[in-house]
Write a new protein. Structure first.
Length: 252
């Protein structure tokens, strides 16, 4: 093996020549094993559909709002809070005015306050029902690939009651190893399902140029993600959502 000499200086300042192998390679650093994701335990009443849905909705928002994925767009929350705060301000102002002024002198202003409060409440209900709807999460992220691209995702969910002869949605990813705890198509009763819809858009030039747009939806029985005691298998749920997100992003 060819060798070469290098000079080495010790603690007293004396230098000496030391022979080392010419093709000596640095010792590789030991690889760091991947860190397993640890999820906080979530337990709900598995006889309560509302609790089951809220638990999955919260897990969905935790997954999508992760710093490595999407930043949350809080438009719906801001609108609801703004209308709510306006209602509170109207109620407080009307109450204080009627407390300081006699009823006969303040009844016209109080009537206006009541009408305004009722109108804002109706607007808030209409917004939640017609605009926000079943939306659980809206987020976006920007990427740089020759140009600045903006990706936006919207997640909607609801509880469904499929019939015994219903088939899985055609958009369901085929590579997710989930099973449903009943024979589909052979039972007269199917338990409620969690239906998830993901809408994806990829634009550039400030939203003027549409690169890709897609939508995917799928549904799974709640029993696929909760055990008999109501414990959520969040890792399994995340696996399902990840497959759906990859499918809609790839435009398949």
């Amino acid at each position: 093996m060819p060798r070469k000499k290098i000079n080495r200086t010790d603690e007293d300042g004396d230098s000496s020549a030391v022979e080392v192998a010419d093709n000596l390679e640095p010792t590789p650093k030991p690889s760091t094993p991947p860190v397993a994701v640890v999820y906080e335990p979530v337990k709900v009443n598995n006889a309560n559909l509302t609790e089951l849905k809220f638990a999955l909705d919260d897990a969905l928002k935790r997954f999508l709002s992760h710093p490595d994925r999407f930043s949350t767009i809080n438009t719906h929350t801001d609108v609801r809070l703004g209308l709510g705060y306006a209602n509170v301000a109207i109620a407080i102002a009307t109450g204080l005015y009627s407390w300081k002024i006699s009823f006969h002198e303040s009844k016209f202003v109080v009537m206006i306050g009541v009408v305004a409060y009722t109108l804002l409440s109706a607007i808030q209900m209409a917004y939640v029902y017609f605009v926000e709807g079943e939306t659980i999460f809206v987020g976006k992220r920007k990427t740089l690939a020759k140009r600045i691209e903006t990706e936006k995702v919207k997640a909607e969910s609801r509880t469904t009651n499929p019939e015994s002869n219903s088939l899985p949605p055609s958009s369901a990813p085929a590579n997710v190893s989930l099973f449903t705890n009943y024979p589909r198509g052979k039972s007269s009763y199917l338990p409620p399902h969690y239906k998830l819809s993901l809408t994806y858009t990829n634009t550039a030039s400030g939203g003027k140029s549409l690169i890709r747009k897609g939508k995917v939806e799928d549904e799974r029985c709640y029993a696929d993600f909760f055990d008999e005691e109501g414990n959520l298998d969040e890792a399994r749920f995340v696996t399902w959502v990840t497959a759906l997100l990859a499918k809609v992003e790839s435009g398949e």
